[in-house]
Design a protein around this ligand. Sequence first.
Ligand code: SAM
Length: 243
Amino acid sequence: SDHQLVYPPHPDQMDWSTLYPAYVAQEESQPEATPSSTTEDLSAPVKVKKLTQDVEVADIGCGFGGLLIALAPVMPQTLVLGLEIRVSVTQFVEDRIKVLRRQNEESKAYQNVSVLRANTMKFLPNFFRQGQLSKIFICFPDPHFKARKHKQRIVSTTLNSEYAYAVRPGGVVYTITDVPDLHGWMVQHFEAHPMFERVGVEEQEGDPCVEIMRNATEEGKKVERNKGEKFVALFRRLEDPVF
Ligand code: SAM
């Protein structure tokens, strides 16, 4: 459960070096970083190894990592992170990436994707600074069909404000589901949010990430096998209001 989750008290104290070892910045006399967690004394910030660039793309509830693996070669200059709450599934993705990195040691492919165990409903602002992300993917989120379970949905007014915080103006939140009711719910909540607008169909269909989202995730493949329909909606993060 959540009390076993390790997360930094602030994004500046997140140690990304083990997730993206090929991107660790060279520093003179670098002290060893201690693992950061909330149990630490907040008044004594830990020194963490810095990366040469930030994570800019997040896959929320990444499952078995199909999207990450497919995105890696498409955006080789971008750091992509999968967030997954299930321990065994996170471990599976970690091992999958480890193998791919080993198989591609020379080309350094797959060094730009990684996975982290996290409950994104609670700790997103602990990992990402304001405007850090250019894209968030929410692929086939758990539908939580019953009305009394709707509060567990990964898209809500409150969570959309967190996505608006993490995504920079002009950035995009990508959603896909095979559940029509959930699609309607996501569209309604993002369209009602003052910091998002829906991306038009033409731009949506011209975005290469949409095709990947439709076909590369494990859930997307399952829906394909069952000849189910997939509903896609993209939302652009609007400019911050000027007061
Ligand atoms: N996106 C993947 C795909 O399309 O194949 C997986 C879809 S699966 C139906 C939903 C995933 O979200 C599950 O792996 C689940 O463990 C994960 N998940 C649910 N709630 C979460 C949360 N609060 N934080 C992180 N992951 C979560």
